[in-house]
Design a binder for this molecule. Structure first.
Ligand code: F6P
Length: 343
């Protein structure tokens, strides 16, 4: 078969491991030709690809980013988009396309599938909030990076009797904040699922200081909102092709309020894209490899309009519809565990 592959949306560690697995199993077991489209859907619109084989994909399992590069291009923004995508399928005799991405990229895959093209999805988001699967690759790496940052910030916060607010990724769900908060021993964790009550946050910090602890770490997800805030904290008004604003700044607002209300000296660190860069953990390399093998198997089993999915310990496939439009929120039980250590 002739199988296309692309990576769309924000990058995350493990994308190359998926590509490597698709190429390995596709070429060695099925005799496929694999066409790697560049920069997400932009490459499909522009018919820009590289042929991927064992010679072009060695030594990439440990590399972050994506050898195909990525973009947030939405082909349906172009009135001719569908026809252009169809033309790319036709001219290259493409039998199927594997789209590795989150809600936006897979939403496009579903629409294309409904238009008669053969699409398979692989779930990807650092935020770990895609429905239809238990875990997305890249999340574990991000949690490890954020945890290391929290560990490091502990020592400097302690040395200076300071509060340090750490802003981490998490647009609509606070998975990274909750996991790195538990692992790093954060004193307060704030997530988009729960509006921030400033009085409560300051009470917790004061209670902790009342116990003779003169420093604290607060982890906040970028998408978290103050209780009286309308909308998330954004950096400007621009939106991407899928309508998402650039988030960022809640950590700074929070730090200023905490300092004002408690009188404790406070600093803020935004980890930003550091969380998405660099080497994937072993867990993410294995998970991404499993997703890649599952995706190419799905192509050969004719499971189109579906997504590779981790359910418990097993790789299965689910309809793309199951993943889309519904955010997977942080499990309240896990957040309750984090909160045992607050204040
Ligand atoms: O959707 C994943 C994500 O990492 C979000 O957590 C974050 O808000 C966004 O992407 C950042 O996007 P960009 O890389 O375009 O700045």
């Amino acid at each position: 078969m002739r199988v296309g592959i692309l990576t769309g949306g924000g990058d995350c560690p493990g994308l190359n491991a998926v590509i490597r697995a698709v190429v390995r199993k596709g070429t060695m077991f099925y005799g496929d030709s694999i066409l790697g489209f560049e920069e997400g859907w932009r490459g499909v619109l522009e018919n820009r690809f590289q042929l991927l084989d064992l010679d072009s994909t060695p030594g990439i399992i440990h590399r972050g980013g994506t050898i195909l590069r990525t973009s947030r291009t939405n082909p349906f923004k172009d009135p001719q988009g569908l026809e252009r995508v169809k033309a790319t399928f036709t001219v290259n005799h493409l039998d199927a396309l594997i789209a590795i991405g989150g809600d936006d990229t897979l939403g496009v895959a579903l629409k294309l599938n409904q238009a008669g093209l053969k699409l398979v999805g692989v779930p990807k988001t650092i935020d770990n909030d895609l429905a239809g699967t238990d875990v997305c690759f890249g999340f574990d790496t991000a949690v490890n990076i954020a945890t290391e940052a929290v560990d490091r910030l502990h020592t400097t916060a302690e040395a200076h009797n300071r509060i340090i607010v750490v802003e981490v990724m998490g647009r609509d769900a606070g998975w990274i904040a909750t996991y790195s908060g538990i692992a790093g021993g954060a004193d307060v964790v704030l997530i988009p699922e729960k509006p921030i009550n400033l009085d409560q946050v300051c009470d917790l910090l004061q209670r902790r200081h009342g116990r003779g602890k003169y420093f604290s770490i607060v982890v906040v997800a970028e998408g978290a909102q103050l209780a009286d805030q309308i909308g998330q904290t954004t950096q400007g008004t621009q939106v991407d092709e899928f309508g998402h604003a650039r988030l960022g700044g809640i950590g700074g607002r929070l730090a200023a309020e905490i300092e004002k209300r408690t009188g404790f000296e406070t600093r803020m660190v935004n980890l930003g894209h550091i969380q998405r860069g660099g080497t994937p953990t072993a867990f993410d390399r294995v998970l991404a490899t499993r997703y890649g093998v599952q995706a190419i198997d799905m192509v050969h089993q004719g499971e189109f309009g579906r997504m590779a999915s981790l359910q418990g310990q097993k790789l299965v496939s689910v309809p793309l519809e199951d993943a889309l439009g519904k955010n997977r929120k942080v499990d309240p039980e896990i957040y309750d565990i984090a909160s045992v250590f607050f204040g």
